[in-house]
Design a protein around this ligand. Structure first.
Ligand SMILES: Nc1ncnc2c1ncn2[C@@H]1O[C@H](COP(=O)(O)OP(=O)(O)OP(=O)(O)O)[C@@H](O)[C@H]1O
Ligand SMILES: [Mg+2]
Length: 312
């Protein structure tokens, strides 16, 4: 399957980001319901493991001298970083620096120019053949990609399918999960994200926050081991942000997922991540625990960036 395919496991070609989606039209409506849902049902009590969430050892991620170019624009310059198994890392950096590109490479929505990307002990874009490292074939890409889920800024739900089918389509078609099992699991996930009563709704009938909850549930329905979050609340009206962030905090706390999160929301980043990477000009500028990066960054570039974020 080519990297730009739109499929249940790979639902968001770049073109659809920022474009008009059904989500945009609905964003912000039904605020009272949204808030009610998020406090009454969204998430489960602290420290109680949620059966619906993926558990067990998750693979780490490693970028090794990764180069990504768009024409003459070199976006990633021999980029090196790691995310340990089960670690939750936030990526910050200026607009246009390549944060989304990093996540899209992990989703195989962009192709790699140079270097290696590791998921666990295996390379994503290369495979071993007779002791030699060769470019990955479609089967290898497919198997590797199954481990990774992503939630996008613009939700990217399947507009022609109801909520339940948005959650079952990928597991049934891509993972071969029996329909009954997929439906049962989807219902559990909808309960987890506080939308059990919306299984028959179509995306256009939901608020932006509700759509993003469905998108989160849909990515979890694929049982990923690595979860990528790309500015998942930045398209939401301010009053819807907290509910979605609370849900993701619960998911982070109650699962063993390895998480790589792009966000400018510092409080959320502090809550959700073990480590923050400051990224600019194709490379990591500095990294450290959230309190250090947000409180006492050592690099001027980071200070300038954080000041600009706070001023905006
Ligand atoms: N499909 C593409 N074709 C050409 N250039 C691209 C493509 N996708 C991204 N770029 C370019 O790559 C660079 C990095 O883009 P990217 O979307 O990864 O940035 P970002 O850090 O996520 O920015 P933002 O914070 O605004 O979301 C930008 O210069 C962008 O114009
Ligand atoms: Mg981006």
């Amino acid at each position: 399957m080519p990297p730009t395919d739109t499929t249940p496991e790979n639902p968001a070609p770049k073109d659809s980001e920022g474009g008009a989606t059904p989500a945009d039209a609905a964003a912000g409506k039904d605020v009272a319901t949204e808030k009610g849902v998020s406090t009454q049902k969204g998430g489960t009590p602290e420290d109680e493991p949620a059966a619906e969430l993926p558990h067990g050892e998750a693979p780490g991620i490693r970028f090794e001298k990764v180069v990504k170019r768009f024409g003459s624009n070199v976006v990633l310059r021999e980029l090196d970083f790691t995310v340990a198994p089960g670690e939750r890392v936030t990526l910050i950096g200026p607009s246009g620096s390549g944060k989304t590109t990093i996540l899209r490479l992990l989703m195989t929505l962009e192709t790699l120019d140079e270097g290696l990307i590791w998921i666990g002990d295996e390379t994503l874009w290369h495979m071993d053949r007779g002791g030699k490292r060769v470019p990955a074939n479609q089967k290898h890409l497919h198997e590797m990609r199954k481990q990774v889920g992503m939630v996008f800024q613009q939700f990217n739900l399947f507009p022609n399918m109801n909520v339940l089918r948005n959650l079952t389509e990928g597991p049934v078609r891509v993972l071969g999960v029996p329909k009954d099992e997929a439906v049962e699991r989807a219902k559990g996930l909808l309960d987890l994200v506080g939308l059990a009563d919306k299984e028959n709704a179509h995306p256009t009938q939901l608020s932006g926050g509700q759509q993003q909850r469905v998108a989160i549930a849909r990515s979890l329905a694929m049982q990923p081991r690595v979860l990528l979050l790309d500015e998942v609340t930045s398209a939401l009206d301010p009053e819807l942000v907290v509910g979605v962030q609370d849900l993701l905090r619960d998911i982070a706390r109650q699962s063993d997922l390895t998480m790589l999160c792009v966000t400018h929301e510092m409080t959320f980043a502090k809550d959700i991540s073990n480590r923050v990477l400051m990224f600019d000009q194709g490379q990591i500028v500095e990294e450290g625990p959230p309190d250090q990066i947000f409180g006492e960054p050592s690099e001027q570039r980071t200070r300038d960036f954080l000041q600009a974020v706070l001023a905006s």
